[in-house]
Design a protein around this ligand. Structure first.
Ligand SMILES: [Zn+2]
Length: 282
């Protein structure tokens, strides 16, 4: 009864442009069936997609029950124009425009709202993000508006202050969450946030020569320390690979393996409680 709380059906772990091009004429149904078949064969029964704007996750959701899989999708992720995320999401440039997108997504059958509120980790330099996050007030508004529409919120968020602001605004899950500090972890625990650290995105690229391994290892070690600290605070840690991201294949148990090494005998209770909460809210 495996689950993955963060995948991208539209991506294939190899080349994002080529992967997206596969669906240029509409979702490639035989391809999606093949990927779902791999998840089914590996025992997966629940997948939560991080979204795409080509309807690939939505098509997967339609097909998934035949594979014994419950599939959840936000449809397209939403990102502020000019900030990280436009390669895969829909952009907005004002709060009214965002509100309209949230309502449109809800009407179109989104299971939840996915927002991008920070940059990515810079895999070449420890401690750096590719850009600063949105402001605290912007983050608060995005989460509040989605919640007012009755939608749970999954947030792509890195950096302590960005994640802390999201937690204080009641975000439901934080994805990635690089470089957290104690204050951010405490705010997340207080708000009952499920943290999906997607360690697979750091370990998958190791040894492949695209990024310096010492940097990947250092980012990973810092995330591992925070995973331990979050578990000590009673925080819920979700098993999500970000499958489809570069060097992260679909339907592997890499994330569970990594979290088990970190959490040891606490793994099962922590991961199951997180999965249960996600199934409830999303
Ligand atoms: Zn993702």
């Amino acid at each position: 009864m495996a689950h993955d709380l963060h995948i991208h059906m539209v991506l294939d772990g190899l080349d994002w442009r080529a992967a997206i091009a596969r669906h240029a004429q509409g979702p490639d149904i035989p391809y999606i069936r093949q990927v779902l078949g791999r998840y089914q064969a590996a025992g997966y029964t629940y997948l939560r997609d991080g979204g795409d704007r080509w309807g690939v996750g939505a098509a997967a959701r339609e097909l998934a029950p035949a594979f014994g899989i419950t599939y959840r999708t936000p449809l397209a992720p939403l990102c502020w124009a000019g900030h990280y995320g436009s390669f895969i999401g829909e952009t907005f440039d004002s709060i009214p425009r965002y509100t309209a997108l949230v309502r449109g997504h809800k009407a179109a059958g989104a299971d939840f709202i996915k927002i991008m509120i920070s940059g990515l980790m810079d895999f070449d330099r420890f401690g750096r993000l590719t850009e600063e996050g949105l402001t605290k007030e912007q983050i608060r508004q995005l989460i509040r508006i989605a919640h007012q529409e009755g939608m749970a919120v999954m947030a792509h968020a890195n950096g302590a202050r960005t994640v802390e602001a999201a937690a204080e605004a009641g975000v439901d899950s934080v994805e990635h969450g690089a470089y957290l500090d104690q204050a951010a972890l405490e705010a997340m625990a207080q708000a009952g946030v499920v943290w999906v650290p997607t360690l697979s995105t750091l370990v998958g690229p190791m040894g492949k020569g695209r990024f310096p391994d010492p940097v990947l290892e250092r980012i990973c070690a810092s995330a591992a320390r925070n995973v331990v600290r979050y578990a000590q605070l009673g925080g819920l840690i979700g098993c999500g690979t970000d499958a489809g991201a570069w060097a992260v294949p679909h339907a592997t148990d890499l994330e569970r393996h990594l979290l088990t090494k970190i959490l040891e005998d606490r793994t099962e209770p922590v991961l199951s409680a997180a999965a249960e909460k996600i199934r409830e809210k999303f």
